[in-house]
Design a binder for this molecule. Structure first.
Ligand code: HEC
Length: 157
């Protein structure tokens, strides 16, 4: 029998390169529909920014939590009642002030946090370009350099 090379190639390609966008759980699917409530401020294209891009917020939460449940619980706690003690994004707090509390039911906030945990946010290249320009304008070469490094590390074409 002639082996089906085409099918085999597809199988090998699928195993080696799984699709980037993995399926969301049902809770995260619902969270995706609610996420625009956060995107209004966490939109990385905004100049000046009204909130830090979710890409970086997510990385910080992932580094500081054990699993999806822990991630969701910590994020919901903060979003319901932001406080300086709970805030881990000190630089964003210094630049933009503390985030206002989100008056949404816990159930909705949990779905949004599940979406943030499961979604693939692209690196916020526009945000870093904006940040470099703003830092240069205000005479802050330290921050300009830091954001330039992020651009070079994550946004190389
Ligand atoms: C009115 C603008 C605004 C909206 C709307 C908003 N945020 Fe924020 N958010 C901010 C700002 C500003 C910060 C940075 C300061 C801070 O950390 O408190 C921030 C920071 C955060 C942080 C990091 C907190 C930390 O540890 O420092 C999380 C998590 C977060 N937002 C989640 C959300 C989620 C989830 C939503 C939607 C339900 C949302 N935000 C909606 C402005 C906003």
């Amino acid at each position: 029998m002639i082996p089906n090379h085409c099918g085999l190639a597809t199988l090998v390609a699928t195993l080696l390169f799984p699709p980037l966008a993995t399926a969301l759980t049902p809770a995260a699917e619902e969270g995706k529909l609610l996420y625009p409530a956060c995107h209004v401020c966490h939109n990385p294209q905004m100049d000046p920014p009204l909130g830090p891009p979710m890409w970086g917020v997510k990385r910080r939460y992932q580094n500081g939590t054990l699993d999806e449940r822990d991630f969701v619980v910590s994020m919901v706690e903060f979003v319901k009642n932001p406080s300086l003690e709970r805030a881990i994004h000190d630089e964003a707090v210094a630049q933009m002030g503390l985030m206002p509390p989100m008056p949404l039911p816990d159930e909705m906030l949990e779905k949004i946090a599940a979406y943030i945990h499961e979604a693939e946010f692209p690196p916020p290249c526009d945000h870093w370009k904006i940040a470099v320009n703003r830092a240069i304008q205000r005479g802050d070469p330290g921050h300009a350099k830091k954001d330039q490094q992020m651009l070079e590390r994550f946004c190389k074409a």
